[in-house]
Design a protein around this ligand. Structure first.
Ligand code: HEC
Length: 91
């Protein structure tokens, strides 16, 4: 069902937000942390949310604006855990 031609409706956006902000905990690595270690924002209302950071010496890329990935690749990655460019590791 995920195709770039599909009209984006509120349900799709809500589901994506649920996957990214809830289930996936994407921000726990992709959002920079404050000195006191809390994440600098938990959703798109925070400017720093998902802007990338460094974690134990790993460079964690920003997820806001990924010009080198197209919509289908992002949908495939979120849906199946992998696409031609990357796969999810760990849990
Ligand atoms: C445990 C920490 C962690 C969590 C949680 C995490 N990521 Fe990542 N992510 C990383 C790291 C580290 C990299 C960089 C990997 C590399 O350089 O090979 C990365 C890379 C990526 C990339 C590739 C970006 C690029 O520019 O190539 C995407 C897309 C991505 N993550 C999406 C997500 C999504 C979506 C979620 C939530 C479902 C998520 N990540 C959760 C640590 C994490």
């Amino acid at each position: 069902m995920a195709s770039s031609e599909a009209a984006v409706n509120g349900d799709d956006i809500a589901r994506g937000a649920y996957l990214v902000q809830g289930l996936g905990h994407c921000g726990s690595c992709h959002t920079p942390r404050a000195l006191t270690l809390q994440e600098n924002g938990l959703d798109e209302r925070a400017a720093a949310y998902l802007t990338g950071t460094e974690l134990n010496g790993w460079n964690v890329p920003a997820l806001r604006g990924m010009p080198h990935w197209n919509e289908d690749e992002i949908a495939e990655y979120l849906g199946s855990g992998r696409n031609a460019k990357a796969s999810v590791a760990g849990r």
